[in-house]
Ligand binder design. Structure first.
Ligand SMILES: [Zn+2]
Length: 180
């Protein structure tokens, strides 16, 4: 379908947002991938007006995502952030170096940004959570939760922090010292 054909069939949205205010009702911002198969509102049972949705290739926490979140929080009242990557992401299918080479060969100049590919969605979300939690531009009381959406099963699995070392387990040096 050409872009002209596509634009000609769009519904008239007049009146849909008449009773909604700009600040998201659930005070929530969701950062997720641009993948065409993700209905970001539907995944979390949200309705129009409930949340900001910030999307890019791979749900990467870039400086532009931080920019949008800072505005979302300070100008539009959101607090909680959901970061959601997904299985089968296109960003799993090539590497940063490959893409930088491809762009450089095609254009004669390397990009000024990292493509942001990754090899494990869970680790990718953990890394993003850490970036969000340490950003000085987000409110200190921001609650950040991370998820991986499984495109095959539809399940949305929470990414937990790495399991902490049990308190009862002593460091190896201490054990060696106490046993000697
Ligand atoms: Zn993706």
């Amino acid at each position: 379908m050409s872009l002209d054909e596509l634009l000609s069939r769009r519904p008239n949205p007049a009146g849909v947002v008449r009773n909604l205010s700009a600040p998201p009702i659930e005070r929530l911002a969701i950062v997720t991938c641009m993948d065409a198969r993700i209905a970001a509102f539907g995944v979390f049972g949200l309705r129009l007006g409930d949340a900001h949705i910030i999307r890019n290739a791979g749900a990467a926490v870039t400086s532009d995502v931080i920019r949008s979140l800072a505005i979302s929080q300070r100008k539009l009242g959101t607090r909680n952030v959901i970061l959601m990557a997904h299985t089968g992401c296109g960003m799993l299918s090539f590497t940063d170096d490959e893409f930088i080479s491809e762009l450089t060969d095609a254009t004669g100049q390397p990009p000024t940004w990292r493509p942001g590919t990754f090899s494990d969605p869970v680790q990718h979300v953990r890394h993003g959570i850490a970036q969000l939690r340490t950003s000085p531009f987000l409110h200190a009381d921001t609650v950040v939760r991370g998820f991986v959406f499984d495109l095959q099963t539809g399940s949305v699995d929470e990414v937990r922090d790495e399991a902490p070392v049990p308190a009862t387990r002593k460091p190896a040096r201490a054990e060696a010292a106490s046993s000697g």
